[in-house]
Design a protein. Structure first.
Length: 182
């Protein structure tokens, strides 16, 4: 990693820390409050998979992110710069989560979206880990950890879903069209 890249990662890390510290003092934004519901990765999720099966099926980083609530390194994910049209699904269960139509470059180092395919497809819950107050985003179908949502996104929602690439699979528009023709 060269000095410029290191400096950029350091600046972005500090920006995320500053955001977390200042947002911890603020009340939960109304648009985030509306997203909260029940499934948070436990037995109340409609679909569950044995951990042994997931360890075989997922890569180590996919398992770490989705099952251990991990985070991939900034700018390391395969979908950070993806500009193709299509749909992003949960890597664990295939639940449709985000459309390329709502993806934007937040300069955070992770794929960012300002909306979800359906609010029923995700669950938002409080995350007080690492001394910060954040809103964790999980798949409502299987409970996989996806990332976090912040209230500093663009219009029309004002939300920024900061999602780990390792929690996603991408289906291009041409793949979706091809599958529907079969």
């Amino acid at each position: 990693m060269n000095a410029l890249t290191f400096d950029l990662v350091l600046i972005i890390s500090w920006m995320n820390i500053l955001h977390a510290v200042t947002s911890a003092k603020r009340e939960t934004a109304p648009q985030i409050r509306k997203l909260k519901s029940s499934c948070g990765g436990g037995s109340d999720c409609p679909v569950s998979f044995p951990k042994a099966e997931l360890k075989k099926r997922l890569t180590p980083i996919e398992y770490h992110v989705t099952q251990e609530r991990g985070t991939e390194k900034a700018f390391s994910g395969k979908y950070v710069s993806n500009k193709e049209e299509g749909v992003y699904t949960c890597v664990v269960c295939g639940n449709q989560l985000f459309s390329s139509d709502t993806k934007y470059d937040s300069k955070s180092g992770w794929p960012a979206f300002y909306d979800v395919v359906s609010k029923k497809h995700i669950t938002v819950k409080d995350d007080m880990s690492h001394g910060m107050r954040r809103r964790e985003v999980v798949c409502s179908k299987c409970g996989a950890h996806l990332g976090h949502v912040f209230d500093d996104g663009p219009n029309p929602t004002g939300l920024r879903y900061c999602i780990n690439s390792a929690a996603l699979l991408f289906q291009s528009k041409s793949e979706i069209k091809f599958k529907s023709e079969l």
